[in-house]
Ligand binder design. Structure first.
Ligand code: NAI
Length: 673
């Protein structure tokens, strides 16, 4: 029976069949057409047996998880809507075969169980998950602009109720094993080492199938369905516009009107697989997903860092230290006095409670995070991350003190937002060991970390830094050291233009609405208040172009200590963490406003690519999206330029230049992009 490339089927002495998913030539299980066809073939073989197994357990041979979903490489080679539909139908048909097997079936889930992985598990009669935090079950299709098309949108609502299932499908959020058990997604959560036993016990006496609790079951009733759908759509509308992101709307429609089965949706329907496949957002989101993989690969080298010493326990340093300790590193955290370290330790404890959940994991992370006022860690660490005040002289003074104490192999990294490494390395004996490891705020949420290469930084230090960033589960983006590096440099002219518009009398609400109309997750005025006007002013001043605008209002607000959200007032007044917006955007035509704000950012992105700040346009787009949230459905500034049409945007730039001056002059890079 064993002639399948990606699956191993064995039957034990108790007549239980064990089907191990072990996709050939890769470390991660994903579903290609070939793996699906083989699974279908296995189901046919098992169904046709004269002596059928008394149960079947499906498990994964891969260390990292059960299955990571559909093979995205195959997905991106699909050439037509017909091929996309055929791929969807294949997965659906095969998982239906699993569902129809005439004996009890069980999925044993550890690690990643995403998309198709969860859909296969749902097609089994029972599910057991590893109870550790590494288990991640999700239907994250919405994040790449598609719908859970292999039965997930059908089986998950039936199993756990539509309200919970829609919440998971519309956010793409993952649940760990314990939570999966609580919501009824799995029948049991137990350590992976007990899997075999647990499977044997369950299949030797199969219990009744899980039924959703009454309060969950009624959400699927036809009379209640409409209410659930409209409540979900209300939530969706807060986060995503239909024309920007059709997938979440399609998911609700699929569940409400087509029993969660995409095979039943007419192909000319606006939410059919064909329509979604053809929508530009889908291609853009899939591209971003792949760029994320490309960035991960940039950190593929061996990590040589074990002990990290963070200097500066403020907003950034404190959170960087906490994050690194949560990822298994020993971290010493230094600041001028203990009173400045204590709040960071408190924040870390709160973060660990939220993220690590299990008491022994929280305790272990706390044990790894060591306050170190004297800076003893400097002499023992493999990596220093300096996150003290943004002042070149103070930073240089600190380096002069610590450099002689560092191990020869240690790396000295700065988290500076805007000071070029050229300047910081001036007084160093070994400038080749200085690198920028530039995190974004808030550290726990922002995926991107710029790894900044100064003219003297050695390639070994770059590689080691990139591997370290990957090891802490962030996305490393190598960039050259020039003012603002990549992300802040591109963001600054956009933020500045928004403030110039504000000073011209355009209301903050209108400016913010215009940016959101373009697809930004938050408008620039609200963003400035959120980041802190002192931080924004420092970066804006450092990166201001000679002769360029220098907005006054932000200077006045900072002088008056009105720093935005953190002080309760900035451009907006803030109440309970929310900006008080007085007016909506009314009937103003928002497109010219967002054009005026976003074109300076696009222009700067073009300049960065031309100057080689980042290795190519794709990584430029990825950096801006993961560093700033730049309208993901547009695929980043350069992709936007290409899809909107270079000539059209150049004509817009020309008009803006005539009206507002040289800051809208097109960079020379437009000729070659
Ligand atoms: P912060 O003001 O919150 O924290 C700085 C900390 O450094 C303070 O606790 C201070 O006591 C400590 N410190 C100052 N001199 C020191 C010294 N000689 N030895 C030990 N500790 C010292 O500043 P924040 O916002 O955390 O910024 C730190 C660095 O990170 C800056 O270079 C900034 O440009 C950069 N950054 C800031 C971002 C932000 O959004 N705040 C984002 C990305 C980078």
């Amino acid at each position: 029976m064993n002639n399948w490339k990606h699956w191993r089927l064995e039957t034990d002495a108790d007549n239980l069949a064990w089907l191990t998913f072990d996709r050939a030539e890769t470390g991660t299980n994903t579903f290609s057409s070939e793996t699906l066809r083989e699974l279908g073939d296995i189901c046919s073989t098992l169904s046709a047996l004269a002596k059928k197994p008394s149960g079947l357990t499906i498990l994964s041979a891969k260390e990292n998880g059960f299955a990571a979903g559909a093979d995205i490489d195959e997905f991106t080679t699909l050439k037509s809507a017909e091929e996309a539909f055929a791929f969807t139908k294949l997965g659906n048909d095969v998982f239906d075969q699993v569902d129809a097997l005439p004996f009890p079936t069980l999925a044993l889930i550890h690690g990643f169980c995403m998309g198709g992985g969860t859909e296969l598990a749902l097609a089994c009669k029972y599910r057991i998950a590893d109870d550790g935090p590494k288990t991640k079950m999700a239907l994250p299709e919405v994040m790449i602009g598609i719908v859970p098309g292999w039965g997930g949108a059908r089986r998950m609502p039936n199993l756990i109720g539509a309200a919970q299932a829609l919440d998971l499908m519309l956010t793409g959020r993952a649940v760990d094993g314990k939570r999966a058990k609580r919501i009824g997604l799995v029948d049991a959560a137990t350590p992976q080492r007990h899997f075999k036993n647990a499977a044997k016990v369950l299949l030797s006496k199969p219990p009744a199938l899980h039924q959703p609790a009454f309060k969950d079951a009624i959400t699927n009733w036809p009379v209640v369905r409409g209410f659930v759908a409209s409540a979900s759509l209300k939530q969706v509308a807060k986060r995503a516009r239909k024309d920007h992101y059709p997938a979440p709307y399609a998911i609700v429609d699929l569940w409400q009107n087509f029993e969660g089965d995409p095979r039943k949706v007419p192909q000319d329907h606006p939410y059919s697989i064909s329509s979604i496949f053809k929508h530009p957002t889908t291609a853009n989101l899939v591209r971003i997903f792949k760029l994320q993989d490309r960035m991960k690969a940039l950190g593929a080298g061996t990590n040589v860092i074990k002990h990290v010493h963070v200097i500066g326990a403020g907003v950034m340093g404190g959170d960087i230290a906490a994050w690194c300790a949560s990822k298994g590193f020993t971290v010493t955290l230094q600041d001028l006095e203990h009173a400045r370290i204590a709040p960071a330790i408190k924040r870390a404890a709160e973060m660990y409670k939220r993220r690590l959940k299990l008491p022994h994991l929280i305790q272990a992370a706390m044990d790894r995070l060591i306050p170190d006022v004297k800076g003893d860690g400097v002499a023992h660490c493999d990596l220093v991350i300096e996150a003290i005040v943004e002042n070149a002289d103070i930073k240089k003074k600190l380096y002069a003190e610590i450099e002689p104490r560092l191990k020869p192999t240690a790396i000295l990294a700065t988290n500076t937002s805007s000071i070029p490494l050229q300047e910081l390395s001036q007084a160093l004996a070994r400038p080749e060991r200085l690198v920028g490891i530039h995190f974004f705020n808030p550290v726990a949420q922002m995926m991107l970390v710029e790894v900044v290469e100064g003219p003297q930084t050695s390639s070994e230090v770059m590689q080691a830094s990139q591997a370290f960033v990957k090891k802490i589960d962030k996305l490393p983006l190598p960039v050259k050291s020039a003012p603002g590096f990549l992300v802040n440099r591109i963001l600054t002219p956009y933020m500045t233009e928004a403030q110039v518009m504000l000073e011209e009398g355009i209301p903050a609400e209108v400016i913010d609405a215009a940016a959101r109309d373009f697809g930004m997750p938050m408008g620039p005025i609200e963003l400035a208040d959120t980041v802190g006007l002192d931080v924004g002013l420092a970066v804006g001043t450092e990166l201001a172009k000679p002769g360029g605008p220098q907005p006054k209002k932000i200077q006045e607000l900072v002088a008056a200590k009105k720093l935005g959200k953190k002080t309760g007032e900035g451009f907006y007044k803030w109440v309970d963490g929310k900006p008080q917006k007085t007016n909506g955007s009314g009937t103003v035509d928002l497109a010219p406003l967002w054009m005026r704000m976003t074109l300076p950012a696009v222009n700067e992105a073009v300049a960065c690519v031309r100057e080689g700040i980042v290795v190519d346009a794709d990584l430029c787009d990825a950096g801006v999206i993961f560093g700033t949230g730049f309208a993901p459905h547009r695929g980043g500034p350069i992709n936007y330029l290409k899809s909107a049409g270079k000539e059209k945007l150049l004509a817009e730039m020309k008009q803006l230049e005539q009206k507002y001056g040289a800051r809208f002059a097109a960079d020379a890079g437009w000729q070659t992009i």
